[in-house]
Design a protein around this ligand. Sequence first.
Ligand code: ATP
Ligand code: MG
Length: 370
Amino acid sequence: MGNYTITVLPGDGIGPEVTDQAINVLNAVAGRFGHTFTYHKRLVGVAAIEAEGDAISDESLEVCLHSDAILFGAVGGLPNYDGRYKVKPEQALFKLRKGLQFFANLRPVKPLNSLLSASPIKPEVLRGTDLLVVRELTGGLYYGHLEPPVPGKPSEIRKTGHGTEAIDTLLYTEAEIERILRVAFEAARDRKKKVTSVDKANVLSSSVLWRQVADRVAADYPDITFEHLLVDACAMHLIRKPSSFDVIVTENLFGDILTDEASMLAGSMGMLPSASLGTRKTANGRLGLYEPIHGSAPDIAGQGKANPIAAILSAAMLLQYSLGLKDEAAAIETAVEQVIQAGYRTEDLREAETKIINTQEMGQKIASAL
Ligand code: ATP
Ligand code: MG
């Protein structure tokens, strides 16, 4: 029985709707296992820009630093937003990831048996799929390295004598590549003992370096089967034979794209959780930020259609990685499976003979199953 503090950053669009349900489920865990969770809610995204003038305030970052874990919803993507404010809501994510050094983003993809028919991929192809994408989160194209460096400005559009041009730069250091590769190999040791390193080494210099470093790190893990794969081929194999993968490790943008693709193996964007981890320790594990892989989904915000399971499974990852509560995390996963098995679905997973319920009802069902 422990006492834990969790910073909650609900954000924009469906962010608050799905994090509310993750909190309901965490409260059910607290009730069943006798823990006390204290939540510190802070503004992030558009709400923070309007109230505090920044996508996330320095004070909120401090609150994050002094908690056991961070539960995050989504920011940005709102229609009619551009031009209203100078600050972009997405800057909150860059500030959190860079500021707290969350360089490793873990995205497990394990389709539930009772959802195999909800995916556009054939059930016989999906069966046995259980993979983990380890996405590098604090480098690459998302963080420009202009000469001279322009802080907080990941890209630049400029007028030249030949018309307007835009540049983004893709830079990785050996140390950044090595630390993310090690996360992948360590994760594989607790899983099916295979690592696939994904790059575009036939075109990109950063990928050539990535391969060299990956080969060197792989030599330290002789117990792990290791392979390289080009990102375009990986996109194809994810659909053709997803069960052949165990751990996929890749750079920032490739990881973003491949996991939106992989979400459809699980049936919906609303099913995939994530954990962002760095080197900071807490009393019971590592400080981490937990969020669904989806964004703010403005098209369905405020309608009760959002699937809260990605947020709820993110809360399970929070219990496991930051609080060290493995049984509690497993209990959430079992509760999700039971509710899906019983035929309850949010709109995104609509199929014949399923019972469609809203965001809040899905959260309540899972909390009750606990
Ligand atoms: P980001 O740039 O933050 O990754 P995105 O452009 O990938 O965002 P999302 O906001 O993730 O876009 O959503 C893409 C679409 O997927 C949404 O428009 C919505 O229809 C669907 N979607 C996303 N999340 C959910 C969810 N939790 N439940 C149901 N549908 C969802
Ligand atoms: Mg996306």
